[in-house]
Design a protein around this ligand. Structure first.
Ligand SMILES: C[S@@+](CC[C@H](N)C(=O)[O-])C[C@H]1O[C@@H](n2cnc3c(N)ncnc32)[C@H](O)[C@@H]1O
Length: 220
C-alpha cells in the first residue's frame, strides 16, 4: 500500500516510522510518504493558512495550498481515496480500518487551528474521517492513529497469529477480547483464574469465549 500523509508538520511522524508495526512493513507492504504543505505552497514565506471570511478567531487551511500540494505529488486530484481528518467526519472503527487497509493507495490530509477551508472537503477530499467525538489541536495524531491501525492489518506487521482474536475482530464476532494473564500466578494475593493454569485447552477456549461474550455484552 502507498500511504501519503499531507501535514503542516511532517517531522512529527519520525518516531512512528521507527516503531512496530509501521517499521515492520515499511519498504515492503507499506510505502509511507510524508508531505509538508509549506514545501509546495504558492504563497510567500511558507504561508499555508489564512483568516476566516466572516471573521472569528483562528486560521483556516487554504484550498489553494492543499490543491498545490496535490498537484505537486499527483499532477491534480488523485483517482484514489483522499481522506480529510476532521472531528466532523465518519467515526473510525475497525470495519473502516479493514476497508481502508484493502486500498492500494490512500492519501490523508491533516489540518491545524480552525481546520480546512470547506472547499477542500467538497472538492479535494473523497472522505472525512474522525478518530473520535473530541477535538484535538491538529490532524497529526489522528493521521498517526490511522497509519498505525492500517499498518497492523498489513501482512508481516505483527507476529504470526497475534492480529487474530483481537477486540472487534470477526473471530470474536466484532466483540471484545478475553482477559490475559502472565507470571507470576499469584501477586499480593491476586490470583490467575484456575482454568488458565489447568492445561485443559478445551476449558480454556470455552472460558475465553464466555469472557469475551460477557465483556462485549457489558459494552453494548
Ligand atoms: C482544532 S481542530 C479543528 C476543529 C474544527 N474547528 C471543528 O470545530 O470541528 C484542528 C484539526 O485537527 C484535526 N482533528 C482534531 N480533532 C480530530 C478528530 N477527532 N478526528 C480527526 N481529526 C481531528 C483536524 O485535521 C482538524 O482540522
Amino acid at each position: 500500500m502507498q500511504l501519503d500523509v499531507f501535514t503542516p508538520i511532517p517531522h512529527a511522524f519520525a518516531w512512528q516510522t521507527e516503531q512496530r508495526p509501521v517499521a515492520a512493513v515499511l519498504g515492503t507492504e507499506l510505502e509511507l510518504r510524508l508531505f509538508g504543505y509549506r514545501d509546495t505552497t504558492p504563497l510567500r514565506a511558507g504561508q499555508i493558512d489564512d483568516e476566516p471570511y466572516g471573521g472569528g478567531a483562528g486560521m483556516v487551511l487554504r484550498v489553494d495550498v492543499v490543491a498545490a500540494a496535490l498537484d505537486a505529488v499527483y499532477g491534480g486530484v488523485p483517482a484514489h481515496r483522499v481522506i480529510a481528518l476532521t472531528p466532523q467526519g465518519r467515526q473510525l472503527d475497525q470495519p473502516l480500518v479493514e476497508e481502508l487497509a484493502r486500498e492500494e493507495r490512500l492519501t490523508l490530509l491533516s489540518a491545524r487551528f480552525e481546520g480546512f477551508d470547506e472547499r477542500i472537503l467538497e472538492h479535494l477530499a473523497t472522505d472525512a474521517v474522525s478518530i473520535g467525538p473530541y477535538v484535538l489541536s491538529g490532524g497529526e495524531l489522528p493521521a498517526m492513529v490511522l497509519v498505525d491501525a492500517i499498518a497492523r492489518r498489513l501482512p508481516g506487521a505483527l507476529t504470526e497469529g497475534s492480529g487474530e482474536h483481537e477486540s472487534y475482530s470477526p473471530e470474536l464476532d466484532g466483540g471484545l477480547e478475553y482477559p490475559h494473564y502472565t507470571r507470576p500466578a499469584e501477586f499480593r494475593g491476586w490470583t490467575v483464574p484456575e482454568v488458565l493454569l489447568s492445561g485443559d485447552h478445551g476449558r480454556v477456549a470455552e472460558w475465553r469465549r464466555e469472557q469475551s461474550r460477557a465483556r462485549s455484552a457489558a459494552l453494548s
